[in-house]
Design a protein around this ligand. Structure first.
Ligand SMILES: *[C@@H]1O[C@H](CO)[C@@H](O)[C@H](O)[C@H]1NC(C)=O
Ligand SMILES: *[C@@H]1O[C@H](CO)[C@@H](O)[C@H](O)[C@H]1NC(C)=O
Ligand SMILES: *[C@@H]1O[C@H](CO)[C@@H](O)[C@H](O)[C@H]1NC(C)=O
Ligand SMILES: *[C@@H]1O[C@H](CO)[C@@H](O)[C@H](O)[C@H]1NC(C)=O
Ligand SMILES: *[C@@H]1O[C@H](CO)[C@@H](O)[C@H](O)[C@H]1NC(C)=O
Ligand SMILES: *[C@@H]1O[C@H](CO)[C@@H](O)[C@H](O)[C@H]1NC(C)=O
Ligand SMILES: *[C@@H]1O[C@H](CO)[C@@H](O)[C@H](O)[C@H]1NC(C)=O
Length: 901
């Protein structure tokens, strides 16, 4: 079925046909001119030669005639004349014969010479081509040498040892490293005044120790999922000596808690570096809410408090978390409603009793329903069925509440008049985000809008805060929000909910990540996938010389220097990434839970920096003077330092096709390595000859035949740029290099060749995959596309498992899944480059029914992925990227960027 995928790609423009036509044309002109030439030669030379011979022979004979004439004439004139004439005629005939023979010989000689001339001419032509090729090759080698020299100079210039990690801080176990807090100081605690940083070395990876807890006293479900999820957190250590933070999970009443605290092995008198994770409220009708500094008896010293309800709160020190309600940790998308349509049945809903205590508010809201507009409202001020679980201000069960929320565009969440927050508020927020109703938090002037993860999450993007006195303006406000903004806020709410609310795992991970963020330690590095070679240690695969291939049609075009392998630098921004991108890390495109070796979001420097002081690795075009043609091909230019790319080829039991594809890569500039993902359980045949193409070819053994293997973050991929190609894809070198240059400027997007789109099926009211010609596209197939290695991590480790499962189920759609992922994160369409896109499909089964199931599966995938994301993340694009001087008229002595694209 892989090959079926290939079948879709028909060559849009058969280059071989074009070539053949060109060749014929050339041939015909050559023949014609040669024939004319030959005729001319025959017309000119033959008469001259004939004339010459005839005249010389004639003059000889005429002399002898004369002598004979003189001698013979006096004798028998009559008979003598007759014999003489006869003899002469015979002689003439003989002469004619010999002349004819000579002419024939000459003609043969001439033809031989002619053919020799033409063969020599061809040889000259060949040698000329060869010379041209050699010159280009020489140029290429010269360029490569000069590039190598620059790289060498750079290494010398840098002239500093690699950054050495500092010695790890040793925790000072003395109790008086910090002054003991008094009540007042305790309530002013901040990370800097109350945490012992000597325990938390920058390079320690933020180890966290969790005091053992039993299920006793805990609600069973939470206890089980907590202990389970804590084990999955990469920060958790069993060595309490090295820990930076200590987590104590509490479910007891306050009096009991205080007794327990002082017995903790690392409490150190004041609970420094301790987090009290208080889950007592979730199982009790009257929750235990921890409150520091109220009196001498309720002091928790320097311990930080994490819970879902607060009466006193120390900003950037304590942490408000959502209630632990979700499953332990798995995909949480399946009971979330779709984000669309923007406007639901009720413009606004509220059900509960908090507003009941405020008759004016209630009457303001009731006036809304009485208003003449067509908007519908759902208000319930007296709970017919109060939720008995936690708080009587909440009506109904989760089922009845969710039914209303799923039909509400906005939902009101009143804040408690005096407290910071309440469990009811947190539950309402949790449910509103889950069911896609945009929360409007309403509070009076005493209320503080304390929201979960307050210091890292930008809540303005997901909810609206209103003072109570603005309620009369509420209708206007909600009507004024456009559909676009509604969808943006609802989508953001859903993203936040999935990342930080949805499962116990996500809450535990978030708590640890927030404290790590506050203390300023980088997240743990995300792990690469090992890449076992398909060959065992004793086996050396056969190699064969790969010729520079003419099939690329670009042998006479220098596309760039052939450099030694140069992996992209990694883990350069461990410490600064969360400072510069902390906002995006928590709120938009990446996860705060992992440190990535590279991301597509390196900031660019002001242009002059690469000439003044920070030029390391930059390869400006023409040394900074710019240029086209030669100058352009010599340097990468752009706004970022030089780099190379890795080609990843997924292959399944098509050895010869693969070998041919590999051979075509010979001499490709900027290529770092070729990674072949060997999806077949059968190892390659031992007599297979692997072409030498100037770069390492690493063949990875896979555990199972899965298309998801294409996107595993293999450790052998050492560059940021990854070019994913099918084993039979036929891309020309200039197309690849151009694609690479384009990707360098669109690093967070999929950049490639075969475009497809998602079409709305008017009949079935759902999405359909479409590969017809169209002026709008929304996907670039990863059979030939560049993308950032960062997306390999996200695809394999962060994207919902259900999507990868669907890919395995159908053995199809991995390319669609990648496009969904990237568009979901960036809210940008992919980038299509150049018109030329040649594709070969040797021996491809093109049975229509197979094609049909292939398409049906892709329709199903699209609609399933939409369900997982809650909306259609793909976006349309109507443009295609060509090189700057493409089709520009330029003077004859100037060159373009590329010859053909
Ligand atoms: C620990 O801190 C105390 C108080 O600042 C200091 O006197 C002591 O020397 C420190 N111990 C070590 C091993 O650094
Ligand atoms: C705590 O903060 C209050 C005001 O926020 C200030 O008046 C007081 O001096 C602070 N106390 C300490 C010990 O820093
Ligand atoms: C603190 O606790 C002690 C003993 O448990 C008790 O005697 C004392 O009255 C308490 N003080 C306050 C202010 O609650
Ligand atoms: C009220 O509590 C009982 C017993 O805990 C439970 O069975 C029932 O489902 C609860 N009702 C609601 C509406 O939560
Ligand atoms: C950055 O983090 C990586 C992965 O944890 C580590 O290998 C590297 O040494 C760190 N580099 C710096 C400069 O902190
Ligand atoms: C290594 O692989 C070759 C070819 O696949 C096979 O013939 C040989 O037996 C293998 N050797 C070992 C030690 O597995
Ligand atoms: C593609 O185009 C053809 C001809 O225009 C049309 O018959 C076919 O239905 C189209 N396919 C899809 C999937 O839209």
């Amino acid at each position: 079925m892989e090959s079926m995928e290939r079948c879709e790609f028909r060559p849009l423009l058969s280059s071989s046909k074009g070539n053949r036509e060109g060749f014929c044309h050339w041939l015909s002109t050559v023949r014609l001119s040669r024939i004319i030439f030959c005729i001319l030669i025959v017309l000119v030379i033959v008469p001259i030669v004939t004339h010459y011979y005839l005249s010389s022979v004639g003059s000889e004979q005429s002399e002898s005639f004369h002598s004979r004439n003189k001698l013979d004439l006096p004798d028998d004139l009559g008979s003598a004349k007759a014999t003489e004439v006869k003899v002469r005629i015979e002689e003439m005939l003989r002469i004619k014969m010999s002349v004819n023979n000579e002419l024939r010989d000459l003609e043969a000689k001439r033809q031989k010479l002619q053919s020799e001339i033409s063969s020599l001419g061809m040889k000259i032509e060949e040698l000329k081509n060869e010379a041209g090729r050699k010159v280009i090759e020489l140029d290429r080698i010269k360029l490569s040498i000069s590039q190598a020299e620059v790289a060498h100079l750079e290494i010398l210039e840098r002239n500093q040892p690699e950054l050495r990690l500092p010695d790890k801080l040793e925790p000072n176990l003395s109790n008086d490293i910090l002054p003991m807090p008094n009540l007042e100081a305790e309530s002013n605690c901040s990370i800097y005044s109350c945490v012992d940083f000597s325990r938390c070395s920058l390079i320690s990876n933020f180890p966290v120790y969790v005091y053992p807890f039993s299920g006793e006293g805990y609600e069973e479900r939470i206890s089980a999922s907590l202990s389970q999820t804590l084990n999955y957190n990469p920060h958790i250590t069993s060595n309490s000596q090295e820990a930076c933070l200590f987590i104590y999970v509490n479910s007891s009443p306050e009096s009991e808690l205080r007794k327990n605290l002082v017995t903790l092995s690392h409490w150190a008198g004041d609970g420094r570096n301790h987090i009290i994770f208080n889950i007592a409220f979730s199982s009790k009708e009257t929750p235990t809410i921890l409150s520091h500094g109220k009196n001498q008896n309720s002091t928790y010293g320097r311990a930080m408090i994490v819970q879902s309800v607060f009466q006193t709160y120390r900003p950037h020190f304590d942490l408000l978390v959502p209630p632990l309600l979700g499953p332990p940790g798995s995909d949480v998308w399946y009971d979330l409603p779709s984000i669309t349509p923007a406007r639901r049945r009720y413009l606004l809903s509220y059900s509960g009793q908090s507003f009941g205590s405020s008759p004016e508010v209630q009457s303001t809201l009731e006036q809304l329903t009485a208003s003449t507009s067509s908007d519908e409202f759902y208000f319930e001020f007296q709970c017919s069925n109060p939720s008995n679980k936690t708080d009587t201000s909440l009506c109904g069960t989760i089922q009845t509440r969710s039914a209303v929320l799923q039909q509400s565009t906005f939902v009101l969440i009143p804040l408690p008049p005096t407290d910071l927050t309440s469990l009811a508020v947190q539950l309402r927020l949790y449910e509103a985000l889950k069911y896609g109703s945009i929360p409007i938090m309403v509070g009076n002037h005493n209320a503080k809008f304390l929201l979960p993860y307050e210091d890292v999450i930008d809540w303005n993007r997901a909810l609206i805060k209103l003072p109570t006195s603005r309620l009369p303006e509420l209708h206007f406000y909600t009507r004024a929000v456009t559909d676009r903004d509604i969808l943006a806020m609802r989508r953001q709410g859903r993203v936040l909910w999935e990342k930080y609310f949805g499962s116990v795992q996500s809450i535990v991970d978030s708590v640890v990540a927030v404290y790590r963020h506050r203390i300023g330690i980088p997240p743990p590095a995300i792990l690469d996938e090992p890449s076992p070679s398909v060959f065992n240690e004793t086996f050396t695969p056969l190699k064969t010389e790969a010729a520079l291939q003419d099939v690329n049609g670009d042998l006479d075009e220098n596309l760039g220097p052939i450099e030694p392998a140069y992996p992209s630098p990694k883990f350069q921004r461990n410490l600064t990434f969360s400072l510069l991108h902390g906002y995006e890390m928590w709120n938009t495109w990446t996860h705060p839970f992992h440190l990535f070796p590279q991301t597509p979001y390196d900031p660019v420097m002001p242009s002059e920096a690469k000439f003044i002081g920070s030029g390391l690795g930059f390869r400006p075009i023409g040394g900074g003077c710019g240029g086209s043609g030669k100058e352009f091909s010599e340097n990468l230019g752009g706004n970022l330092p030089r780099e190379q790319f890795t080609i990843v080829i997924l292959t399944y039991q098509r050895e010869q096709v693969l070998i041919e594809s590999l051979a075509r890569l010979n001499g490709l500039p900027y290529l770092h390595k070729v990674v072949v993902v060997w999806n077949s359980p059968r190892p390659p045949s031992p007599d297979l000859k692997w072409p030498e193409i100037g770069v390492e070819v690493h063949v990875i053994r896979t555990l199972k035949n899965s298309l998801n293997n294409r996107f595993l973050p293999y450790d052998v991929i050492e560059t940021e740029a990854v070019l994913s190609v099918d084993d039979d894809a036929h891309l020309r070198h200039d197309e690849i290099i151009f694609g690479f240059r384009v990707w360098r400027e669109q690093r967070d997007r999929v950049v490639g060749f075969p475009g497809r789109f998602h079409a709305w099926d008017l009949e079935h009211k759902n999405w359909a995959y479409n590969s017809n010609y169209s002026c709008e596209l929304s996907m670039i197939l990863t059979g030939a596309a560049f993308y950032h290695k960062y997306y390999n991590y996200l695809y394999s480790l962060v994207m919902p498992q259900a999507i990868r499962d669907k890919v395995d189920e159908f053995m199809n759609c991995e390319d669609i899944a990648m496009n969904f992922l990237v568009s979901h994160l960036t809210r940008q369409p992919p980038v299509k480059v150049t018109s030329r896109w040649t594709f070969r499909c040797p021996g491809c089964p093109v049975s229509l029914s197979e094609d049909e199931t292939h398409f049906q599966e892709r329709h199903k995938c699209i609609n399933f992925f939409v369900k997982v994301y809650g909306y259609m993340p793909l976006l349309n694009t109507q443009f295609r990227v060509d090189s700057v001087l493409f089709k520009t008229r330029i003077p004859h002595d100037k060159q373009k960027c590329f010859k053909f694209i």
